[in-house]
Write a protein that binds this ligand. Structure first.
Ligand code: RIB
Length: 303
């Protein structure tokens, strides 16, 4: 059975800058590129390259790039039969600035991602008959609720990457088996500041109390906080020189669920996902940075 990702597809317009411009300031950048992105698509690509049987439920527009994007997903081995091309709208767009420090800012236009409404899921019910459903927050919230409901009713494990940060209803959280916020997202969901291990443990407790069995808070260079059955521990990451952190979280999520699909236990799956994310930050762009299984295994072997 598959890992199904329900989520966004974006065309990323990326420009590198020495630093981010201040309001009202114009800065000349370099290395402008158009790169396939979108959190849902990035996670599906990461899962497929990590070896998972993967399907993507999503929408593109009727612009010139849409067909190439879908062909790219198919080339990565992703089942694209539940990607709808929606007439009269553009594919989602992300305007991304990457600073020389490797950080980014992202401005989104949802485009076709806003057309992934619950009614569309009815036509793609077979895609939601999956082993794991991986969700993020760049599509309408009611679609995530409906997808979780359908998949959960058929026995799927529901994994939520709550990005971009927003508050969420208990109705969604109650259906989630595993959640993977970063520090900012964890604080938005719980009201607990995650500045250290004590903060991560406290935020994880709040999420456990809302019914989520496994909480994985990504802590950037400090690794991740893994909490199950109320017991938490920090798993350190890999030290690498970051050139671009875009899609590092997406790579982590896709690789994590792929490793779980392949039967790895939770902690080795987290290590596998950390290795995948570590490789991704050493490369520019979103899907252009996502590693393949052999590369991830090679890094794990070196350590
Ligand atoms: O997580 C990175 C992604 O966020 C980018 O690819 C961009 O499309 C935005 O959705």
């Amino acid at each position: 059975m598959t890992l199904t990702v329900t989520g966004s597809i974006n065309i990323d317009h990326v420009i590198r800058l020495p630093q981010f411009p201040r309001p009202g300031e114009t800065l000349t950048g370099r290395d402008y590129r158009i790169v396939p992105g979108g959190k849902g698509a990035n996670q599906a690509v990461a899962a497929a390259r990590a070896g998972a049987v993967t399907q993507l439920v999503a929408c593109v527009g009727d612009d010139a790039m849409a067909k190439d994007l879908v062909a790219g997903f198919a080339a990565d081995g992703i089942n694209t039969s539940a990607i709808d091309a929606v007439a009269g709208v553009n594919t989602g767009v992300a305007l991304i600035q990457v600073s020389d420090a490797g950080e980014n800012t992202i401005a989104l236009a949802a485009g076709a991602n806003a057309e992934l409404i619950p009614e569309r899921l009815e036509r793609h019910a077979s895609a939601l008959h999956c082993r794991q459903l991986l969700l993020q927050l760049e599509i309408p919230l009611e679609t995530n609720l409906a997808a979780a409901q359908i998949a959960k009713a058929q026995g799927a494990t529901v994994v939520l990457n709550p990005a971009p940060a927003q508050t969420l209803p208990d109705t969604l959280l109650a259906m989630v088996d595993m959640i993977t916020p970063n520090e900012t997202e964890a604080e938005r969901l719980t009201g607990v500041a995650v500045n250290d291990e004590a903060g991560a443990a406290a935020a994880a407790r709040v999420l456990h109390d809302r019914g989520i069995a496994i909480v994985i808070i990504t802590l950037g260079a400090r690794g991740v906080w893994l909490s199950e059955a109320g017991h938490g521990r920090r798993i350190p990451g890999f030290a690498v020189q970051a050139v671009d952190t875009t899609a590092a979280g997406d790579t982590f999520n896709g690789a994590l669920v792929a490793a779980l699909q392949q039967g790895q236990a939770l902690e080795p799956a987290v290590r596998f996902a950390q290795a995948a994310a570590a490789i991704s930050v050493t490369r520019p762009g979103a899907q252009t940075s996502v590693p393949f299984r052999a590369e991830i295994e090679a890094l794990l072997e070196q350590h």
